[in-house]
Ligand binder design. Structure first.
Ligand code: URA
Length: 238
């Protein structure tokens, strides 16, 4: 494998930055500085270091995206832009997909990965991975909404939601909802069952990982090693 390809696939640098890092002498292969980006290396046996720190090859990517409105949570769509299209071409080559869905008009934290097993475990209904949302509603929610959420809201189609938590703002027209399941349009339907309509919805946490406040809408970054570890721990995977 070419050295610059290896470096960009470690997800620390883009392909362009990788070539530049090699040319600037920041890379060593088995302790020796090299300036040839096309050098052939073996990810299994060669030790590659960037500025003296060994880098490890990782075929999986884990990205935190601050989803803007108007994008669908899918890898392709015949007419609408997808969240995957917000990632660089370099990242799209790893075939990432959204870990779970947000509605087209919902904004905020979305994790994209190509680690199918982890995604499957995180989304499994058996796991109850918590997700936190900030919401606003057209009307104040009735007294007793907190208890209804705790007891399990009954949706218009008769489905009884799992126990959830709602923390309302003073005017009761917004707040934070924490869910332990992920049914289609769940928050919109829960709020509708209490007689109002969601006017704004933003996911702010997924399995204990908070949306990075430094990310503007449409921006993304790789998850840190600790964040990836936390996701794996949440589903007992190494
Ligand atoms: N609940 C909804 O209604 N929509 C979302 O996008 C997420 C949760």
């Amino acid at each position: 494998m070419r050295l610059d390809k290896f470096l960009s696939e470690c997800h620390l640098l883009s392909r362009k930055e990788s070539s530049r890092a090699v040319k600037c002498g920041r890379i060593t292969v088995n302790g020796r500085q090299t300036v040839s980006a096309d050098m052939s290396i073996s990810p299994d046996t060669d030790e590659i270091a960037l500025d003296g720190t060994p880098v490890s090859y990782n075929k999986f990517i884990y990205v935190m995206l601050n989803k803007p409105e108007g994008y669908v949570s899918a890898t392709e769509d015949s007419s609408l832009p997808t969240v995957v299209e917000l990632l660089s071409e370099d990242l799209q080559k790893f075939k990432p997909f959204p870990c779970g869905r947000l509605d087209r008009d919902t904004v905020g934290l979305m994790i994209l990965t190509n680690d199918g097993e982890l995604s499957h475990l995180l989304l499994s209904p058996k796991r109850h991975v918590p997700k936190k949302y900030l919401f606003k509603s057209a009307d104040p929610l009735p007294l007793g909404a907190e208890q209804s959420f705790e007891n399990g809201v009954i949706l218009a189609d008769g489905y009884e939601c799992k126990s959830a938590k709602i923390e309302l703002s003073e005017d009761r027209s917004g707040g934070i909802i924490t869910l332990n399941e992920g049914k289609y349009h769940q928050i919109k339907r829960m709020v509708a069952a209490l007689g109002s309509k969601v006017t704004y919805l933003e996911r702010i946490e997924f399995s204990g990982i908070a949306l990075d406040k430094n990310l503007g809408r449409g921006e993304y970054r790789h998850l840190t090693e600790d964040e990836v570890k936390a996701l794996k721990n949440a589903v007992n995977r190494k």
